[in-house]
Design a protein around this ligand. Structure first.
Ligand code: C2E
Ligand code: MG
Ligand code: MG
Length: 280
């Protein structure tokens, strides 16, 4: 059975057992009705991030994509909660690591410099009993292939069972996985927690970037996060850069790495290769 068929079968079986899920369920169920010749059950798109000053590629973020056989895109905000509730996100999540590693290997074979791929991990995945051991073997596999691996977690993911989470993250970090706090500033940004967490990077939420010009306090906030990150020895990535003005302001505020539609929309692995392969 191919990987795609395997994930499709798992999704279908679990959805059959959960007849009364939230409204998004119908869409996901349709997306799960995979026929080999129809549509895509799940795909991985990548959005790159760029270091502005040197204009260099600084890795990509892998984002899960679902499309119904009719070609309708189902947003992650709809299907991730459904996958979480059906207990399927772990399986789909690990499938995503496999796919992302395949993409990294393809890019390398095509002559692209090795780049880091960041994968989003939800609190449900993080707390799954087998998560740590499976991540360690994933990390081994990635390192053997010469690929860099990072995971992105939101602040809320680390708030519950903090001691257990901190221990898990330390082990992941020792296994060579870099850790980023996603959507930073929108959760309960606790400074004491930040001091304890073995994170490497803060991703400044796009809501602050969107309002940079409109509300001076947002610029102050971005600057404060940037200097705090520097003091903690962490990197920052500004998310959701959509306009040249935002980009210029962020550069002025010392945010040297960014991600957003202005720099590039999430795209399939072939398109990423097209964009970044040497000589293009
Ligand atoms: P995120 O991790 O913060 O990912 C960034 C989201 O912002 C992506 O939306 C991306 O397409 C969008 N984005 C990037 N640049 C811009 C921009 O300039 N403007 C605007 N308006 N949006 C921008 P997407 O793919 O819909 O994902 C939404 C969220 O779903 C992600 O937020 C992440 O939390 C979650 N997600 C996506 N893929 C996965 C996955 O594989 N596993 C898990 N657990 N969560 C995922
Ligand atoms: Mg993310
Ligand atoms: Mg984010």
């Amino acid at each position: 059975m191919s990987e795609r068929d395997r994930v499709g079968a798992v999704v279908r079986a679990a959805l059959d057992q959960h007849p009364a899920l939230r409204p998004g369920r119908a869409l996901v169920q349709r997306a799960a009705q995979l026929r080999p010749d129809q549509g895509v059950l799940a795909a991985v798109h990548h959005q790159h991030r760029r270091a502005h000053a040197a204009d260099v590629l600084r890795g990509v973020e892998a984002l899960l994509r679902w499309q119904t056989p009719e070609g309708e895109n189902v947003p992650p905000a709809t299907f991730i909660p459904v996958l979480e509730e059906t207990g399927l996100l772990e399986e789909v999540g690990f499938w995503l690591f496999e796919r992302a590693l395949q993409d990294a290997t393809c890019w390398r074979d095509a002559g692209l410099e090795p780049i880091e791929i960041a994968v989003n991990v939800s609190p449900v995945q993080l707390r799954h009993p087998g998560f740590l051991s499976r991540m360690k073997s994933i990390a081994d596999e990635w390192h053997r292939a010469g690929a860099g691996l990072a995971i992105e977690l939101t602040e809320t993911a680390v708030l519950r069972d903090t001691d257990v989470v901190v221990r898990t993250l330390r082990e992941l970090s020792s296994a060579g996985i870099r850790l980023a706090l996603d959507d930073f500033g929108t959760g309960h940004s606790s400074l004491s927690l930040l001091a304890k967490l073995p994170v490497h990077e803060l991703k400044i939420d796009r809501s602050f970037v969107a309002l940079l010009g409109a509300q001076p306090r947002n610029a102050a906030l971005v600057e404060a996060v940037r200097s705090m990150a520097r003091a903690f020895g962490l990197g920052t990535v500004a998310e959701g850069i959509e306009t040249p003005t935002q980009l210029q302001q962020l550069i002025g505020l010392g945010c040297e790495v960014g991600q957003g539609f202005l720099l590039g929309r999430p795209a399939g692995p072939d398109e990423i290769l097209e964009r970044f392969a040497p000589g293009r």
